[in-house]
Ligand binder design. Structure first.
Ligand SMILES: Cc1ncc(COP(=O)(O)O)c(C=O)c1O
Length: 277
């Protein structure tokens, strides 16, 4: 694979960074994950907007400008002949010497990975809940230790997903996804202390278009476990139905009808997007 470091394209083997980079030393930076379908970035402007917002929130300048970042993204697709892929942009405060709060020369790295996601009937996933609180939940910050710990916990519990619950028992988000539940035909998703994912926004839009009632409010683990349907969503994996949590069946233990309709609607939105672009 060819990666991009500060605008220079290099092979994976030759891609290196300073060991004094704030990203390495302090996990001081943020990232964004984009999805490529048929060689086209899905909703690229929304990702560039989120990158600008994250940079502003973390007070890390983007001296290259969003235009160049957009150009490098296209170049990554071209040089790696990407069709279906995940592309990650990582921005750090860079190597700052002693004054580590300044950002004289931030670092930007673009990496990518080809995807071979199977199409067809939605995979039924099982999950466990776990205490999970991110310090800056509205930003995709580096410092993803919880992701590694969650993966270990999932392995131990023989599930594929982890749903984060805070110290007061409120459901927040998946490790790298947002959570939705369906109760009596109504769609519900947490409101506070989460990353308001781009997939979450699209799912809410599609649900409203389908005439579903949607509510954005916080709820506790007990409500999650007694819901008719549960699913997680993010850019790369789209909508992932959860049919069992902490060993308890959700609904009848199979993908629910509203989740199926939303999956179909999401796939249609992607198809329409690809056709138009
Ligand atoms: C903590 C967290 N929540 C939610 C999401 C989903 O965001 P998006 O739909 O924009 O991929 C992610 C994605 O990585 C995430 O890391």
């Amino acid at each position: 694979m060819i990666f991009c470091i500060n605008g220079t394209f290099v092979s994976e083997k030759k891609a290196t960074l300073s060991v004094l980079d704030n990203g390495f030393l302090y996990a001081d930076g943020f990232y964004d994950t984009l999805r490529v379908y048929d060689g086209v970035f899905f909703e690229l402007p929304l990702h560039l907007k989120r990158i600008a917002a994250s940079a502003e929130a973390m007070d890390i300048p983007l001296p290259w400008g969003l235009r160049n970042i957009g150009k490098w993204l296209s170049e990554i697709v071209r040089r790696n002949s990407l069709s279906d892929a995940r592309v990650r942009i990582t921005v750090t405060r860079g190597a700052q010497g002693r004054d580590f709060s300044r950002a004289r020369k931030p670092t930007i790295v673009i990496t990518c990975e080809k995807l071979n996601l199977k199409k067809g009937s939605p995979k039924e996933a099982s999950a466990c809940t776990m205490l999970l609180e991110r310090p800056l939940p509205s930003i995709k910050t580096l410092g993803l230790q919880h992701l590694v710990l969650a993966a270990k916990e999932a392995k131990r519990k023989r599930v594929s997903e982890v749903i984060g619950v805070d110290a007061l028992g409120f459901v927040r988000e998946g490790v790298t996804s947002n959570v939705f539940v369906v109760r009596s035909g109504r769609l519900l998703t947490p409101k506070n202390r989460i990353l308001c994912g781009l997939t979450r926004s699209l799912v809410l839009k599609l649900a409203r278009k389908m005439g579903l009632m949607t509510t954005i409010r916080d709820f506790k683990r007990s409500l999650l476990l007694s819901s008719d349907e549960v699913f997680l969503c993010n850019r790369v994996r789209e909508i992932v139905p959860i049919v069992r949590i902490n060993g308890k069946k959700i609904g009848n233990g199979h993908v629910g009808s509203i989740t199926k309709r939303l999956i179909a609607s999401y796939e249609e939105a992607v198809r329409n997007f690809i056709e138009k672009n």
